[in-house]
Design a binder for this molecule. Structure first.
Ligand code: C2E
Ligand code: CA
Ligand code: CA
Ligand code: CA
Length: 277
């Protein structure tokens, strides 16, 4: 059994109880939730180290339960990916993000929002027209929307390349997420026209420790610099980690040191407070 925190166990038990009350399979419950659009996105601020300002946010989806609690994505994204429900879910997330942030993005042209794209979506590129249509309708510049996919999304290089080319042509920046945790080869980075690299939290955790992983961190950073990628370090929790990343020339940071993922209103307030000029 995977050890879960108390909070997580309560959520999990709640979810199981709710699903069994509905006499639905987990897949049926997810399908119904998609039909009812029972999802919200929270926004985790991304900070630019040079200025200390909030440069934007990563959109992180949550399944809203009838009692007002939220199920975290790790508990339903894998199921959505296995059952093909990820496609309508990605569309919902896109629409939600655009609805939530359009007016903010129009007002703040230097702000961006990053959306997570599942591996199968990255391979098919099916979501791109949905995204374009939503942005056009809202008058938001595609350059303000970054797309994040993990290494598994880039494994089928030819399929991924077609999506990347199309997305970049539209104006989106593409980031490789959780970098270092997958099985991708370094040649993937040289082969594909990517824009940004997100250093996985496990590497940030290792900074300043004796862990073998810590040896790899400066190499990831210098390689990303060499490839002219923007770099975002994830899961930054301590001032010492921040100091190291700043010294190493990492441009963007994201983590609980600055803020957890916030509901829309709280994120907008965070952005305003942080960027007061
Ligand atoms: P991710 O893309 O790596 O997102 C970062 C996760 O780390 C988020 O968890 C975030 O809340 C958490 N995190 C951020 N900073 C810290 C920190 O300083 N300390 C700690 N301990 N954790 C931190 P979350 O929101 O539960 O999301 C989990 C994963 O679910 C995401 O990992 C992403 O792979 C997936 N996901 C989230 N939203 C979407 C979505 O809209 N579509 C798809 N396909 N996947 C999504
Ligand atoms: Ca991500
Ligand atoms: Ca990540
Ligand atoms: Ca992750």
């Amino acid at each position: 059994l995977i050890p879960l925190g108390a909070g997580m166990s309560v959520i999990l038990i709640g979810l199981v109880v709710w699903i069994s009350r509905q006499h639905l399979s987990p897949q049926g419950a997810l399908q119904l939730a998609i039909k009812r659009k029972a999802f919200v996105t929270h926004y985790q601020p991304i900070i630019e180290l040079a200025t200390g300002q909030c440069a934007g946010a990563e959109a992180l989806v949550r399944w809203r339960q009838p009692d007002g609690s939220f199920v975290p994505p790790d508990m339903f994204i894998p199921l959505a990916e296995r059952t093909g429900l990820i496609e309508p879910l990605t569309d919902l997330v896109i629409q939600r993000v655009v609805d939530d942030l359009a007016s903010m993005l129009r007002r703040e042209p230097s702000m961006h929002v990053a959306i997570n794209i599942a591996a199968c979506d990255m391979q098919s590129g099916r979501f791109l027209p949905v995204l374009s249509r939503a942005l056009r309708g809202a008058g938001v510049a595609p350059t303000q929307v970054w797309l994040e996919a993990t290494e598994s999304g880039f494994m089928d290089v030819n399929a991924a390349r077609a999506t990347i080319d199309q997305a970049r042509q539209a104006g989106h920046a593409i980031a490789i997420d959780d970098f270092g945790t997958g099985y991708s080869s370094l040649s993937l980075l040289q082969t594909l026209p990517l824009d940004a690299l997100k250093i996985d939290k496990s590497f940030v955790d290792a900074i300043g420790t004796q862990a073998a992983t810590s040896i790899v961190v400066p190499h990831i950073i210098s390689m990303a610099h060499g490839l002219r990628f923007r770099i975002v370090a994830e899961g930054v929790e301590t001032a010492a980690q921040e100091a190291y990343l700043r010294e190493a020339g990492v441009q963007f940071v994201q983590g609980w040191l600055y803020s957890k993922a916030l509901p829309l209103e709280a994120f907008l307030a965070f952005y305003k407070a942080r960027n007061q000029r």
